[in-house]
Design a protein around this ligand. Structure first.
Ligand SMILES: Cc1ncc(COP(=O)(O)O)c(C=O)c1O
Length: 387
């Protein structure tokens, strides 16, 4: 059982944490997941890669999430240990023969994504015929407007997707189409265009699909993201989907990572050193929970504590370094913080549920991955919660 605190202040008072701590609020998770599931016009699968921390997965499972996008056999085994009967979508398009065999035989996975004929033949040679097996064909329509373009690595074109549908049908498999518009996608237009293309791929192949999986990509409302609220995405997707497909024949699925879990986790860091100018060295950084702050200009909500007091006052931009000796270990943007922020203060970063602790390393001997429950939560997106 994890340690539980009512608030970040209580955590600081009781533990004076010297090492970074991931603070999970089950209340924020419940609010947010409930709104997501009620708003999305189809099935919500969670993309485990965003954050496979057991307390978070358990929280999602307790809230009734029963579908999961998994990227590896390790994630599959973890999910089976948490929710034995979960529906697992093995949506990493490239898998070794051993991974396919293990997923199918040992863990009863029945849905596999592919994006080329070689992978499909591989699946067929390992598994053989099975009319329960679903093959989900990943396609890609090119230029992405998202912060992270995932189309450079995966996805066939329209003609390739049509051919793969026919080939999968020929093997006697159930068929589906899938795409990912890129992570932190701030325009619903991208989903609309993909859904239209999915309908034309299906038509061109004359193979009826049973599922359309529109991937993840939904945006978190970071302070600088300018992203519209999720409901406007859901409304547009519902409209486009019903224009393009019959809801009776095709199941609509999404597999969000960051947008489902970001608000539920914050990372509490501590300032190790301040130079005379506004330059800070924290006990966590790019090689810890903040990899995305190297890769993009995604800015995080922050609040600073001096002991049990919230530090206020004039904010100035700080250069923020992590604890390692590597000069890459620096935030990509100057972080606005109270001018007097100094050694020994704690800085809490919100919206850290996705791609925070999941991408952390132990480079230079840092990083803990420690999780605690903090009931209060710290998210600017959930009403009634401290911002
Ligand atoms: C196949 C697949 N599905 C879902 C996701 C989750 O994406 P996001 O966190 O942007 O929602 C990813 C992220 O890489 C992915 O590769």
């Amino acid at each position: 059982m994890l340690e539980t605190y009512r608030s970040t202040v209580e955590l600081i008072e009781k533990q004076q944490p010297e090492l970074p701590v991931n603070c999970l609020s089950l209340g924020v998770l419940e609010d947010h997941v409930t709104r997501f599931v009620q708003g999305f016009p189809g099935t919500v699968a969670y993309a485990v890669k965003a954050n496979p921390a057991v307390p978070l997965l358990q929280g999602l499972s307790d809230l009734g999430i029963s579908h999961f996008d998994v990227a590896s056999v390790t994630e599959i085994a973890l999910l089976r240990s948490i929710q034995e009967g979960a529906t697992l979508l093995y949506d990493n398009p490239i898998k070794s023969r051993m991974e396919i065999e293990q997923a199918y035989t040992e863990f009863a996975v029945r849905s596999f994504a592919i994006d080329d004929p070689i992978e499909l033949k591989k699946i067929h040679s390992v598994i053989g015929s099975d009319s329960d097996l679903e093959v989900s064909i990943r396609f890609n329509i090119g230029a992405s407007t998202a912060v992270y373009d995932l189309g450079k690595k995966f996805g066939t074109n329209d003609a390739g997707a049509s051919e793969l549908l026919s080939m999968a049908k020929g093997y006697g498999y159930r068929t589906a189409l899938t795409f990912h518009p890129g992570s932190q996608c701030t325009s619903a237009q991208a989903y609309n265009e993909y859904i239209r293309r999915a309908a034309s791929i299906e038509k061109a192949s004359s193979v009826n699909i049973e599922m359309l999986n529109i991937g993840g990509g939904f945006p978190t409302v970071y302070p600088n993201s300018g992203a519209p609220g999720l409901q406007s995405f859901f409304d547009e997707i519902e409209q486009q989907f019903s224009n393009s497909f019959s809801k009776r024949d095709v199941e609509l699925v999404c597999e969000p990572g960051r947008a489902l879990v970001d608000p539920a986790v914050s990372i509490l860091t501590r300032v190790k050193h301040r130079r005379s100018e506004p330059v800070l060295f924290l006990n966590d950084g790019i090689y810890g929970g903040f990899m995305e702050q190297l890769l993009s200009r995604v800015e995080l909500p922050t609040r600073v504590f001096r002991g049990n007091q919230l530090l206020t006052g004039n904010q100035v931009p700080f250069k923020v370094f992590g604890p390692t000796c590597d000069s890459l270990d620096v935030f990509s943007y100057d972080v606005p913080l109270p001018e007097s922020t100094n050694e020994g203060d704690w800085i809490e970063f919100g919206e850290m549920g996705g791609y925070g602790s999941s991408t952390a390393t132990v480079f230079n001997g840092y990083g803990t991955g420690k999780y605690v429950y903090v009931e209060e939560g710290f998210s600017r997106n959930v009403s009634g919660v401290t911002t």
